[in-house]
Design a binder for this molecule. Sequence first.
Ligand code: SAM
Length: 472
Amino acid sequence: MSSKMILMAASLTHTRPVTSAAARLVPQPADLIKWVRKEGGFVHQSIKIAHLESDPNGLGLGLVACNDIPKGSELIALPHRIPLKFEDKNEDYPLLMNLARHIPEELWAMKLGLKLLQERSRKSSFWWTYISNLPETYTVPIFFPGEDIKNLQYAPLLHQVNKRCRFLLDFERLLRNELAKVELDGHPFGGQDVDASSLGWAMSAVSSRAFRLYGDKRPDGTHFDAPMLLPLVDMCNHSFNPNAEILQEKEPSNKNILVKVIAAAQIKQDDPLVLNYGCLNNDLFLLDYGFVMPSNPYDCIELKYDSDLLDAASTVAGVSAPNISSPSSWQQRILHHLKLHGEMSDLKVRIGGSEVVEGRLLAALRVLLSKDEEAVEKLNFDALKSLSSEAPLGIPTEVAALRTLIALCAIALEHFPSKITEDETVLKKNISITTELAVRYRIQKKFVIIDAMRDLTRRVKQLSSMEPIAVQ
Ligand SMILES: C[S@@+](CC[C@H](N)C(=O)[O-])C[C@H]1O[C@@H](n2cnc3c(N)ncnc32)[C@H](O)[C@@H]1O
């Protein structure tokens, strides 16, 4: 990792150290539930906002049921005026529109973040009660001290953190240049200074709390995607086993209501209300939300498809594989089709998650380890890529491919500078929130690799017992 990256990240943490997950922007903010009701929203009488700080994951605040709530009950309903959106036609502030055009699509949260910063700069904002209830800081890695960014130990995530930090520093410069040219009455932030740290705060507030709803209708009848901040709804924490769900009716019976939250299961007294934020890997949970899901079934690791690396893996596995580094023309043709060769290639491949091994990587190894061009040509690509299609090119080839993959996992695991036992020792010490998150994150990545190795080893054993002589 370059020292530049640490410096950039450190410059964001400098002004906004990460504090408790429950600390709010204003020490004693007004009652959010009361505000939602006053503005025409509905909140079930058995819901309250509570501190969930005792959880080691630092859940912050959350919604909790004060009584049993039956399945199907309406929990929250928000009218159109309550959600905070980025209107694409803000004629009062053309500068905001121009600035938004400089934000790359993948950092869409910054666009809505500009609107949030604008409202935050106005104490008379309609959304002030909502904004004052937002967390003061976020545990996303752009605010980690440089040491803890290093502690993540995983290059693809470091790359993303670096990219976000660089964008925020560049955007700060652009914003300051543009704001210097406007008078106070045209200043979108009421004359307040906006720096990379406040931009990072706003981007994280949005990425960790916004929901993507249906926006306006396109001429073809489909709907635009509309990210919005949903006050109170965004007090629900995440679970892959949610007891609540968001409902947006395309043709609502009550035209005033934009969105509802419904009990997806029977909710018991004292249970937290939880939504599913999506089937995300831990990179996205950490980057966008600032937490790590233990045993996340969607977590995975990313590797670069590289013939030298596969060659090394086959050597470690004791598999003879001369074609890995010099594939014959028919093998090259298939690699090309798998986008693992040639100009249009996409060399990022995944291990872990429900697929265990990305189909393209598995198919490539099966093909590179097979001598039987005719057998390969007879197969369709789905069968070639699927781990559940049992030994499509014969047991010896399958075992060689799986063994090479296991060795590849072992090499990837070795690449981490620390072992899981060492990480677990670090976690027992008195460490900061950010060190704890970084160490928990990297432990989970290592478990992903170990789980994949276990799965592949089990398959090798099964195949070996079917044809013991052929695989020796
Ligand atoms: C939509 S907000 C939920 C309300 C938030 N807890 C609060 O205090 O305002 C999302 C944030 O809650 C926390 N969070 C939600 N689900 C979590 C989970 N399963 N584990 C740890 N933190 C979680 C994270 O800080 C995340 O960025």
